[in-house]
Design a binder for this molecule. Structure first.
Ligand code: C2E
Ligand code: CA
Ligand code: CA
Length: 663
């Protein structure tokens, strides 16, 4: 041995010479390991390897060893020379690395996140084993492939942009989300942190840390389910929608971009609910939600606002508003299959769209414009989309003005009552007048009651307007009777909303008594719609009116649903047959038969019958033949302002009598 051997092994020459080699045996290597060494060198070959030996003090050291056999004439080894190099330091590092590697391996196996190294061209050079745990895809399948091939098509452009940023900014971590492929062929949401370590010799690449956050997102959603998500469809709810709309507006303003808002409503949904029940209604809502969210681009924000109303928000640049409108409409060409039902269910939707910033720049207007446009799409025949435009704008401005000014109309004395005579079919004399409200708007001119009464009902103004009409009608009739010396009845239209109040009848009595008009001279006209809603309450109020002595009439019979059932269920004194029922009696024998039947039935129930909307002599004559008690319509007179009533009453004795008598 040389000096160095002594130094490394800590033994003196005198201790080593004559000793066996196993004096420095560490016990680390197996017997088999030594057997192999001996086999090699005994056969005359050189052995190379690393040996772990023990120093005198008991610590270990490693040597890189070469053992060379010295051969005799017969090529048999007689002596061995060993050269060794102390490699303890190197070995230590390696051992540590190995332990680390082992640890790393174990950790990786159980981790939900992983790491990959890709080169500048996006080719994966290394990917850790937890990748398989996360995606169930074998590491071997993806190594040396482009990382793009693992990312959802729609996210690839975005990924490339991020990748470019990373290339330009060494050592700056970029955090973002993409959809990554798993072995089941489904894309899951991964969060990536991508950092450029190209200049670090140890890495020489771009490191991507990745983590599957699909579950996180799901559980976050479940947490939020109650406040931000609709429980029936799992779509974002109105609250979520509103905050998203606000964010969209804020961002769009900052970035100078545009976006579209669509309000979607299922056609005839009320009808579906009424005829098939709420359960079917609910499954339809769920199916519609499913179809929207599975078929539309994932960047479209879809939410359910209320009932059968959904909202979509999408960027202007992605697709044109017409493309999306068209796409949504055509999504419902295929029937819906409802759980637990065999038959197909066809549904259509109507869609109204508005654009930021083109049509409006704030939340409420955007929403109103889209909603109103949707309503126009419905009026135009449903199953279509419509983008807000100038003519809708005009309609909007009109209804805005009407709503705005309706509140002040009573105060400003803009209402007036017109009176349309009701004529006794046999005596041909005017027996009563129907009071019909008129609104003369300072800018829009005359606004028909059919347009503003429903708005007044919505806005809760109908009671005030109704009270004004009642008082005004009584006052004018009182005046008319004083001026003519004759007795006339007046009929006054009541909205269903006026019949919810149990005090209504006595309130009306108070007004009539104050003006000195007997309740029997006042007729209250109600429509079927009043009867359908809140049946018990309404029936009670009707009976109160009758007990006090007011006369009640059922208006518009034959328009809408008209069930003969109501005639029996809600007793009124008078039945008014709608113009629609009367208009065809001249040329249609079926409608003649129906009118005859209605008249007979009403008479049997003790009701008087009025034919409305009589425009022609022939209609009058037929009604007279059929036993209709009173008639009303343009043939006799249009509704008249109060000042014209008297001159009409004077003329009626001549003109009308003539034509009627001539028949
Ligand atoms: P209504 O109660 O069925 O009133 C009859 C409507 O038919 C009136 O329309 C009248 O002008 C019109 N009319 C009468 N004869 C003829 C005819 O021969 N041919 C045609 N084509 N039409 C005729 P108006 O005054 O526009 O009223 C519309 C509706 O507005 C009324 O229908 C009633 O439902 C409601 N309304 C009117 N005034 C009041 C009111 O003071 N209070 C409430 N709650 N509703 C009212
Ligand atoms: Ca009426
Ligand atoms: Ca009517």
């Amino acid at each position: 041995m040389n000096e160095n051997f002594c130094k490394v092994s800590q033994y003196g020459k005198e201790e080593l010479i004559g000793a066996k080699h196993n004096i420095i045996n560490s016990g680390f290597h197996t017997k088999g390991f030594f057997r192999e060494i001996w086999q090699t060198i005994k056969s005359g070959k050189v052995w190379k390897g690393e040996l772990k030996n023990k120093k005198k003090d008991g610590t270990f050291y490693w040597v890189d060893t070469m053992i060379i056999p010295m051969l005799d004439d017969q090529n048999k080894p007689v002596q061995y020379v060993s050269f060794r190099n102390d490699i303890t330091e190197k070995k230590k590092i390696e051992e540590e690395l190995e332990i680390n590697e082992e640890r790393f391996h174990v950790l990786n196996k159980f981790r939900n996140d992983g790491v990959a190294v890709v080169k500048e061209d996006g080719i994966i050079h290394y990917i850790c084993s937890s990748y398989t745990k996360i995606t169930n895809i074998d590491v071997a399948e993806v190594i040396h492939k482009s990382v793009l091939s693992l990312i959802h098509k729609e996210d690839q452009l975005f990924f490339k942009q991020q990748f470019e940023n990373v290339l330009l900014n060494p050592l700056v971590p970029y955090r973002f989300q993409v959809r990554a492929l798993h072995s089941d062929g489904i894309y899951y949401v991964h969060e990536l942190i991508m950092t450029n370590f190209i200049d670090q010799a140890a890495v020489n690449g771009i490191v991507i840390n990745f983590r599957d956050i699909t579950e996180d997102q799901r559980s976050q959603q479940q947490l939020k389910q109650n406040s931000f998500y609709d429980t029936l469809t799992s779509l974002p709810n109105r609250l979520f929608f509103q905050s998203r709309l606000e964010t969209m507006i804020r961002n769009a303003k900052k970035r100078n971009e545009g976006f579209n808002l669509a309000i979607l409503n299922i056609d005839d949904f009320q009808h579906i609910n009424d005829s098939f029940g709420y359960e079917v209604g609910n499954s339809i809502l769920q199916e519609v939600a499913k179809r929207l969210s599975s078929c539309l681009d994932r960047n479209i924000f879809i939410s359910r606002l209320a009932g059968d109303e959904f909202a979509l928000i999408f960027n202007s640049c992605k697709a044109s508003v017409h493309q999306i409108g068209q796409q949504v409409i055509s999504l419902f060409k295929e029937p819906l299959n409802l759980a637990g039902r065999d038959e197909d269910f066809f549904t259509t939707v109507s869609l109204g769209l508005s654009n930021f910033p083109l049509h409006a720049q704030e939340k409420l207007s955007l929403l109103n414009f889209a909603t109103n446009t949707m309503k126009v799409a419905k009026k135009m025949g449903k199953n279509q989309y419509l983008v807000y435009n100038d003519s809708i704008k005009m309609l909007d401005q009109r209804s805005f003005m009407i709503k705005n000014d309706l509140r002040k109309a009573i105060e400003m004395k803009q209402f007036e009552l017109y009176f349309q005579p009701r004529i006794n079919t046999y005596s041909k004399k005017v027996e009563s007048f129907e009071a019909l409200i008129r609104w003369l708007h300072p800018v829009l001119g005359f606004i028909p009651p059919n347009e503003f009464i429903p708005l007044a009902e919505q806005m809760g103004l109908i009671k005030a307007i109704g009270a004004w009409v009642f008082k005004e009608a009584c006052e004018k009739m009182k005046l008319l009777m004083e001026e003519t010396g004759k007795v006339y009845q007046v009929s006054i239209n009541f909205s269903p909303f006026q019949l919810n109040n149990e005090k209504e009848a006595t309130d009306c009595l108070d007004v009539a008594e104050l003006l000195g008009i007997h309740p029997s001279l006042i007729e209250i006209e109600i429509t079927e719609s009043a009867l359908i809603q809140n049946q018990d309450r309404v029936n009670k109020v009707i009976q109160q009116f009758r007990e006090i002595g007011f006369s009640m009439s059922l208006d518009d019979f034959g328009k809408g649903y008209s069930s003969l059932n109501y005639l029996q269920q809600f007793r009124t004194d008078v039945l008014k047959m709608d113009r629609g029922l009367i208009s065809s009696i001249v040329f249609d024998s079926d409608s003649r038969a129906i009118v005859q039947m209605v008249i007979n039935l009403a008479h049997q129930l003790g009701m008087k019958v009025v034919g409305e909307g009589v425009e022609e002599l022939e209609q009058y004559c037929l009604l007279k033949e059929m036993g209709c008690d009173q008639v009303q319509g343009y043939f006799f007179s249009k509704p008249l302002p109060y000042q014209e009533i008297q001159s009409y009453l004077q003329e009626e004795d001549f003109d009308k009598e003539d034509s009627v008598v001539n028949y």
